[in-house]
Design a protein around this ligand. Structure first.
Ligand code: MSP
Length: 642
């Protein structure tokens, strides 16, 4: 008997807005969960939010609200984003919920009582002194810093010394290695498995399980002065969400009796592949079956970050391509598992090619011919048609192939197989020239071609349902197909459709995106700054907040490792001020020093490639060349530009 299936995503930090990075993993997990359900497997899918820690408390203070109010607000954004993407999670776990916090206290108590194989306490208290990055919510070593700052967050870490409870990770590493090597704990893809085994071979230390002086966290059940370290808090969500703390029966089903899969990107490998199994072993809980760590993607070649302002809001994509278009486009950019680049500028073209042209067009042309030639009633099959046997063979193989891909997390391959059948059906349609048969009155053969094409559409509507649930349901309704036949079993056999079934294709299921109109709209939006609901218009008071000054460039130097950047010291009337400008490819150092430029002086400080920038220089791009704006007249540094 097949075990039930339990799949999770990471719980996402609430100090960030939901972006397509979060959406990527969530859509992937949703697709896998939906596919397992389609195959008749009892499936449970959980996602949620990570809400404790210094960063959240700081963000709340800045926003002038309590941490709880702050979390409630951001969690709403995640829930809305997932609703708009038709994410079908069975449960949403919040780290501030009673269910989760009860579970955290339970596992902490279990860990405190636990002994290692050689009889030592798993949890012990000691002092910890180190550099702590609030961005990562972890201690960071000198070695990991770049120019004195955390390479990921570009902020200097704080020095901390405090009493902590430690978790004796080192006592579990040998056992984790054994479990990975024996296949009891599967880590995928293979490259990540090797990375974990490599980490175990290094000199890892125990980790601290608690923090002092952190206001926003879960107090330890055995020492109220300390709160649970955010990762201990967060990781246990996977069991808390299914009742570890409050519902033994539910927990027994979804953890002990199920195949358990955790999906995430490789950024959180160490916590999931070492800390989490060690914690579970110490607490006497079975391990998950599989950890799949997919790659990390850049957007148009750049790492996504708040500072660069290149985070794509899944909501914007949904407005443009609908939930299904967004799901399809994100999952098909590059093979699932490896690192990749999402090229947003290719979305429209790909949508048009795969969805509007291939799939959408097949549905339209087949549907319309049934309506015109057979009064909207599906004709019967007809077997002697060139190319039919091959088409039937490819179609009957598809569900099995796709399920195999899904079981092995090859989502991109799974989708490609389905699209390849769609293309084969379009080719079959073109090669058999049904429009000529209609003219010649060869109705039986014409009917057979249309019948076979409808069968392909039906099978594809099942197989691609987990990727594009809304559109596949819509397609099915045009062919009078309801939920009762929406199972993988129904996709296994060709010649299932009943002749006479009503077909009514009265719309384009994937309307073509107008590439030209879109490009013009985007250009218009960017020429007036950010497009908002009021057509991108700025209120004069908003513009007046920018403090623009004439400034003289005093010094210039290149930023190491960043070909485009110059570090400038400028005088904008208030002494030396450092700004980082992306002009290195257009100006020699000597050309820019002593130049008078225009600078926005009251921007929030930013750290760009590890260098602090307090302002921004104005420039204008023509083609590939860039020109800095200079004042027309002998104006002194500090002169206000208005
Ligand atoms: N709160 C922790 C996870 C705790 S789980 C016990 C956390 N949160 S996060 O908000 O930073 O989410 C990280 C996850 O978001 C990644 O592991 C991945 O699933 C997803 N991604 C974020 N950016 C991404 C890309 N650029 N590319 C691929 N996945 C991305 O870490």
């Amino acid at each position: 008997m097949t075990r039930p299936f339990y799949i999770t995503t990471p719980i996402y930090y609430v100090n960030d807005i939901p972006h397509i990075g979060h959406a990527y993993t969530t859509i992937a997990a949703d697709t896998i969960a939906r596919f397992q359900k389609l195959a008749g497997r009892d499936t449970h899918f959980v996602t949620g939010t990570d809400e404790h820690g210094t960063k959240v408390a700081e963000a709340a203070h800045k926003a002038g609200v309590t941490p709880q109010e702050y979390c409630d607000r951001i969690v709403g954004n995640f829930k809305t984003a997932w609703k708009n993407l038709d994410i079908s999670n069975d449960y949403f776990i919040r780290a501030t919920s009673k269910r989760h916090m009860d579970g955290v206290r339970k596992i902490l108590t279990a860990l405190k009582e636990a002994k290692t194989d050689d009889g030592r306490d798993v949890v012990y208290s000691d002092y910890y002194e180190g550099l702590y990055c609030t961005g990562c919510e972890k201690f960071i070593t000198e070695k990991e810093l770049v120019d004195g700052v955390c390479p990921d967050h570009k902020t200097a870490p704080q020095k901390l010394k405090e009493k902590n409870y430690f978790f004796r990770l080192t006592a579990f590493l040998g056992k984790i290695k054994e479990k990975i090597e024996s296949g009891e704990l599967t880590i995928l893809p293979e490259e990540r498995r090797r990375e974990v085994l490599g980490l175990i071979g290094q000199d890892l230390s125990d980790f601290s399980l608690s923090r002092e002086r952190v206001e926003w966290g879960i107090p330890l059940p055995f020492d109220e002065n300390q709160v649970a370290y955010v990762w201990v808090d967060a990781l246990s969500n996977y069991i808390n969400a299914i009742g570890y703390g409050d519902d033994p029966e539910l927990f027994g089903k979804w953890w002990n009796q199920s195949e358990v899969v955790h999906l995430m990107a490789k950024d959180i490998l160490k916590f999931h592949c070492l800390y989490w199994p060690a914690m579970l072993m110490a607490a006497g809980i079975k391990l998950p079956d599989t950890l799949f760590l997919h790659g990390f993607f850049t957007v148009d070649g750049d790492k996504m970050s708040k500072t660069l302002g290149n985070q794509i809001d899944p909501g914007d994509m949904v407005k443009e391509f609908g939930p299904d278009g967004t799901r399809y486009l994100l999952l098909t950019q590059y093979p699932f598992g490896i690192d990749g680049d999402i090229q947003a500028k290719r979305f429209v073209q790909q949508y048009n090619s795969d969805l509007a042209n291939d799939l959408g067009n097949l549905v339209s042309r087949v549907g319309k011919m049934v309506m015109v030639n057979f009064d909207g009633k599906l004709p019967g099959p007809f077997k002697s048609i060139d190319g039919l046997d091959e088409l039937v063979e490819q179609a009957e193989k598809l569900p099995g192939q796709v399920y195999e891909h899904i079981k092995h997390f090859r989502l991109t391959h799974a989708i490609a197989e389905a699209i390849s059948l769609v293309r084969a059906a379009n080719k079959f349609f073109n090669d058999t020239t049904p429009w000529l048969l209609a003219k010649q009155g060869e109705m039986e053969k014409l009917g057979g071609i249309l019948y076979a094409s409808c069968e392909v559409i039906r099978i594809v509507s099942i197989v691609l349902y987990p990727v594009m649930p809304r559109k596949m349901t819509e397609i099915r309704s045009l062919f009078s197909l309801d939920e009762s036949t929406l199972t993988l079993d129904h996709a296994l056999k060709f010649f299932e459709l009943q002749p006479g079934t009503l077909v009514s294709v009265d719309r384009a299921v994937f309307p073509r995106q107008d590439v030209k109109a879109k490009a013009e709209k985007k250009a218009a939006a960017s020429s007036v700054g950010k497009a908002d609901d009021q057509a991108g218009l700025l209120d004069i008071s908003e513009f007046a907040r920018a403090d623009l000054r004439v400034a003289r460039v005093l010094e210039a130097e290149r930023v190491e490792g960043a070909d485009k950047l110059l570090k400038l010291q400028v005088d904008a009337g208030g002494g030396k001020q450092q700004i980082v400008a992306g002009i290195a490819e257009h100006y020699e150092l000597d050309d820019i020093v002593d130049k008078k430029v225009i600078v926005v002086t009251n921007l929030k400080p930013a750290v760009i490639r590890g260098v602090e920038s307090n302002g921004m220089l104005l420039a204008c791009k023509k083609g590939k060349k860039l020109f800095v704006l200079v004042p027309d007249g002998d104006l002194p540094p500090g002169a206000k530009v208005s």
